[in-house]
Design a protein around this ligand. Structure first.
Ligand code: FE
Length: 148
């Protein structure tokens, strides 16, 4: 498969939270992970989370950082997040940020004490896509092109 990563049709972006969207690229139900573009148009704390599997990222646009680290993720930076690490993603400005993430396993959202409060995996991602694509008229089957 080959697709335009930045879609011409805005409806391909799935709303995740106010001013936060993801664009599915590959939803891997065999390996249990996914590739997506994360797009954020607001500054501040995005989420505090932990993942039991490795995560790889490549920054396309914008600037962000983790409270727990002293690096700044900026366009062209590649990052590796080791399994088991908890971190808090903070977007540095209201200018658009877009980052490619490959998440393996799941995202576990945690509170300030590190207690799990929510999670995402490839299957919850697929369900979010189905709901959004149905409501925008792309149809429930639109997501199938991304699923392997
Ligand atoms: Fe992470």
């Amino acid at each position: 498969m080959i697709i335009d990563a930045i879609p011409a049709d805005e409806r391909v972006w799935v709303p995740q939270a106010p001013n936060v969207w993801f664009r599915p690229l590959l939803l891997d139900t065999t390996g249990g992970g996914w590739f997506n573009l994360l797009r954020v148009r607001r500054s501040g704390v995005l989420s505090r989370h932990r993942h039991p599997g490795p995560v790889y990222g490549f920054v396309i646009k914008g600037h962000w950082h983790y409270l727990e680290h002293d690096f700044v993720a900026s366009p062209g930076k590649f990052l590796f997040e080791p399994p088991g690490e908890t971190h808090t993603l903070v977007v540095d400005s209201d200018d658009e940020m877009i980052t490619l993430f490959n998440v393996n396993g799941s995202m576990v959202y945690v509170d300030e004490d590190g207690k799990a409060i929510d999670f995402e995996d490839v299957f919850t991602k697929i369900q979010m896509c189905i709901g959004h694509y149905e409501s925008t008229g792309l149809g429930t089957k639109f997501v199938e092109q991304f699923i392997r």
